[in-house]
Design a protein around this ligand. Structure first.
Ligand SMILES: *Cc1c(COP(=O)(O)O)cnc(C)c1O
Length: 497
């Protein structure tokens, strides 16, 4: 049997815990992120994996990292997560367009790539609770600017032993995103708009999380909080699967030969998705370049360029809002690894980030980043890419994917590198209908987002996804709006039900 993988905090010597415990805790008590003590190599060859379907591939990968789950437990989690909630048997299909392979990660319930991990996290978490004799009901608290909230709601709805509370800025999400959340079904779900912005929501949630008196009070009532954020290792591990799957798929279809390298391009915000690709590479998938694509909030581009991470800059609102972020939490895991799994070094850099908003890595650490390439796309380039690829090939992509596609074109121009390339396609174009229609030159200020979805469907010949059509006339189940100072009492009200 393979060696057990244990997890410890990126920031300190709090000791090692098992995978299921790390999933239950989410964030380490010292504010660090849980990282594996070693990265296991795939046991089957990629040729063998090419014969497996998505669920079987998921098992092959996840069993290596979540070593304290039994075969039966993992297979239970996988079969309940990757089922008819996805609109295709393949779960993560690949489309070829304009010289690249688009790995479509948006065929789940909420039509964004967050579904790939948030469909399985509830099962991993409730299984972990059983394994660790947790008697309390688990209460997932989430602040969202749009995508994570809905994907977490869909994942945890009606999952026994859990409740989920999502706070969103009442005036800060798109109409389709809001409609997706307020129509959410499930007796254990609670969606609350707040009079305040996303930062207020996030600050309020963190305050509730770290309130020791409150947690004791809740414990007495049989509840404990947990997190569905991308800092949870239970979100990262399922994301490694689709990089293994896509390589094996290209191999099976004869697009590459065994041992050939591929490049991967990932539209990046919190650095979770591309970190999963990095882990896949370290598990034995021949990935040459990890191309990190940013929008105008190009902190990561500058970091790969200079070795300095500097969040002291203006926050820009873009047409790819899920990538509008200045602190990429998951980069901390990479920093820890390139420092030689050195928690002390990581902790000191993260302390600098908190105090001054920036830090600089050493030349030795920079050398370990040779496989990464940072790029960014402006708003104009993003829109032009959507139109160019659609006009040329009929393939329609969303704004986030277009950032990646644009960066890829510039990468090829700059390097001449013709390696077979997989672009992570992270959302359906119907989730960001207005921006996509604007990019195609067919925007219309007088129409609402649903009317624009009809037109996008007519223009592209792509059917409106169920996730959009089903909420159009759905009953609005969540109407609570509270001031940002009233978040805690809103939580208590819901838990008293
Ligand atoms: C969350 C998200 C991203 C960014 O992914 P990270 O793992 O945070 O880097 C990109 N595109 C879409 C559509 C997203 O929802």
């Amino acid at each position: 049997m393979a060696k057990e993988v244990l997890y410890s905090s990126t920031r300190g010597a709090l000791g090692q815990i098992k995978a299921s415990e790390a999933i239950l805790r989410g964030l380490a008590p010292d504010g660090g992120l849980y990282v594996p003590d070693h990265i296991p190599h795939l046991e089957k060859t990629l040729r063998e994996i090419a014969q497996l379907d998505y669920r079987e591939t998921a098992y092959e990968v996840m069993k290596l990292l979540l070593t304290d789950y039994t075969e039966e437990e993992l297979k239970y989690c996988i079969s309940h997560a990757y089922d008819s909630k996805f609109d295709t048997e393949e779960i993560a299909p690949i489309s070829e367009a304009d010289g690249a392979f688009y790995l479509e990660l948006y065929h789940g319930a909420t039509i964004a790539f967050k579904d790939m991990a948030l469909s399985i996290l509830p099962y991993l978490m409730t299984t972990a609770a059983k394994k660790n004799n947790v008697k309390n009901e688990i209460v997932i608290l989430t602040a969202t600017s749009g995508d994570t909230g809905k994907a977490a709601l869909a994942g945890f709805a009606d999952v026994p032993g859990t409740r989920i509370i999502v706070f969103y800025p009442k005036h800060g999400v798109s109409p389709i995103q809001e409609q997706q959340m307020v129509t959410q079904k499930g007796d254990n779900t609670c969606v609350i708009g707040i009079e305040g912005n996303f930062d207020d929501a996030q600050t309020g949630v963190k305050k509730i999380f770290t309130d020791k008196e409150l947690s004791a009070e809740l414990d007495a009532k049989g509840f404990q909080f947990s997190s569905a954020n991308s800092i949870n290792i239970g979100r990262l591990v399922p994301q490694i699967v689709y990089y293994v799957y896509s390589y094996a798929k290209l191999l099976k279809e004869g697009r590459i030969a065994e041992g050939d390298s591929i490049n991967v391009v990932v539209p990046t915000g919190n650095f979770g998705n591309i970190l999963a690709a990095y882990y896949a590479k370290n598990m034995g998938v021949p990935i040459a370049k990890l191309i990190c694509a940013s929008n105008s909030n190009k902190v990561l581009f500058d970091f790969f360029q200079t070795g300095e991470y500097d969040r002291n800059r203006e926050f820009v609102l873009t047409s790819s809002p899920s990538m509008d972020i200045l602190i990429s939490s998951n980069l901390e895991r990479l920093i820890y690894h390139i420092a030689g799994d050195n928690a002390e070094k990581d902790a000191s850099l993260m302390a600098q980030l908190t105090q001054t908003g920036k830090y600089e890595i050493t030349p030795a650490m920079r050398e370990k980043l040779v496989d990464f390439f940072g790029g960014f796309a402006t708003e104009e380039e993003t829109a032009a890419t959507i139109k160019k690829v659609f006009d040329k090939t009929g393939y329609l992509m969303d704004t986030h994917t277009a950032v990646a596609s644009s960066v890829y074109s510039k990468y090829v121009e700059q390097t001449g590198d013709k390696t077979v390339t997989v672009i992570a396609s992270t959302a359906s174009p119907f989730k960001f209908t207005r921006s996509v229609m604007n990019a195609l030159g067919k925007g219309d200020e007088s129409k609402d987002d649903f009317a624009l979805a009809d037109e996008l469907s007519a223009v592209s010949g792509v059917e409106i996804p169920e996730a959009v059509s089903s909420i159009r006339t759905a009953e609005i189940r969540h109407k609570t709006v509270v001031d940002k100072t009233q978040m805690q009492s809103a939580v208590m009200d819901f838990l008293a039900k």
